[in-house]
Design a protein around this ligand. Structure first.
Ligand code: ZN
Length: 193
């Protein structure tokens, strides 16, 4: 199990639609382990493959350390090829993202979602998710489609966050977890804008 560097806002991989997983081999099992390890080290509760630079439809979620997690006894889950099939209700909740450090915002999303996914045996599952789990799953499934939580904000809200987002894009932030190194040319092209 390795600790993988986390790709931050500005990296193209976060904007790509991921590919479907059709085979589970030792390599993939190792990636899953490394993703859990990476997420725990960064004290995150969800992590999607693009956040570690990989463009396939895989996400891990572990709410056991989230607020109230102990009481609710959440099991860590691994979702392959997850798709939201149905949803209802709507609720505002604050979100953050390991790929967008220090930025938090209230995001409106469905309260309950019905998700179809495959487990590590490639068996199909269909689950009803509520509460924090529904929220995290939606955030992570968005990642697999190249969508970030800030995309759900209004123009004005996003405008307010622009200086912070620019800092992240330029790599001018310091986190207590490992970040992917931003290529020099990207830093320069940003400054010219
Ligand atoms: Zn995220």
């Amino acid at each position: 199990m390795r600790t993988l560097p986390i790709y931050t806002y500005g990296f193209e991989v976060l904007r790509r639609k991921t590919k479907k997983i059709t085979k589970v081999d030792d390599k993939l099992i190792e990636v899953v382990g490394s993703m859990f390890n990476t997420m725990h080290k960064a004290t995150g509760i969800g992590l999607a493959a693009p956040q570690v630079g990989l463009d396939f439809a895989l996400t891990v979620i572990d709410l056991s350390k989230a607020e109230g997690g102990k009481r609710l006894k959440y099991e860590p889950i691994t979702l392959l090829n997850p798709v939201i099939k149905d949803y209802h209700g709507t609720i505002f909740l604050e979100e953050g993202c390991l790929s967008i450090p220090f930025v938090r915002a209230e995001v409106e999303r469905p309260e309950t979602v019905y998700v179809e996914y495959q487990d590590l045996d490639l068996n199909k599952n269909y689950v009803e998710l509520k509460g924090l789990l529904a929220r995290v799953a939606q955030h992570e499934i968005d990642h697999l489609n190249g969508i970030l939580f800030i995309d759900h904000l209004t123009k004005d809200e996003k405008k307010k966050l622009k200086p912070d987002l620019d800092d992240i894009r330029k790599g001018e932030i310091e986190t207590d977890y490992l970040l992917a190194e931003i290529p020099k040319k990207d830093k320069n092209s940003h400054r010219k804008k």
